[in-house]
Design a protein around this ligand. Sequence first.
Ligand SMILES: [Ca+2]
Length: 227
Amino acid sequence: MTKGVTARAAVVVAALLSVATATAVPRDAMRVTVERNAGGGASAAFKFKRVPAPARDDAATGARLALVVGQRDANGAQLAALTDGALPSNEDEPRANFFFNAGTDGGRFLIDLGSAVEIAEVNSYSWHASSRAAQVYNLYASDGSAPNFDAAPDERTHPASRGWKLIATVDTRPARGEAGTQHGASVNDAGGSLGKYRYLLFDAVPTEYDDPFGNTFFSEVDVIAKK
Ligand SMILES: [Ca+2]
């Protein structure tokens, strides 16, 4: 009984807060744009209709990368492949992609931009003939200013409890139909800015658990600064 009342009270408080937010400042207009190429549409140019093609000189170029949780698959590239501007030339080029180890439950990697940047978009790209093409991850961001900020929250630590904000949950798997081999995701905001952040944390899980090979072949991650 008490529990029900508490839950209902929480709903009311949430509703009041949302009204206050709506009148005080524009509501968040974060969007996740997802596209999938298949067959001949998947080329080394990573061309999509709405997701921008990978950039060579984005804000993540030269950023510090760190593996925070999980193991790299030794058949794949180092984390540096995520921001080197180089793309795989075909759908089966493990050395041109970073992926978490086979049979493991994904993990977390960090992009440290070195200083706070007003971010317009975070775009991620992947390419694989089968189930490793899709991307499933939570994107967290932080300016690092929280007193208890932890740049490397381990698997027992919820990032939100250590100074991180959940920006988006990205899942490029189609609800039905062709899965595609080349996926692009763009996290952006209708207002032009996702916010000003120094750190990005990707919290990725396998795309499927039917076999040990569900960890995404990440080809590139771009961080586009607001102009
Ligand atoms: Ca790359």
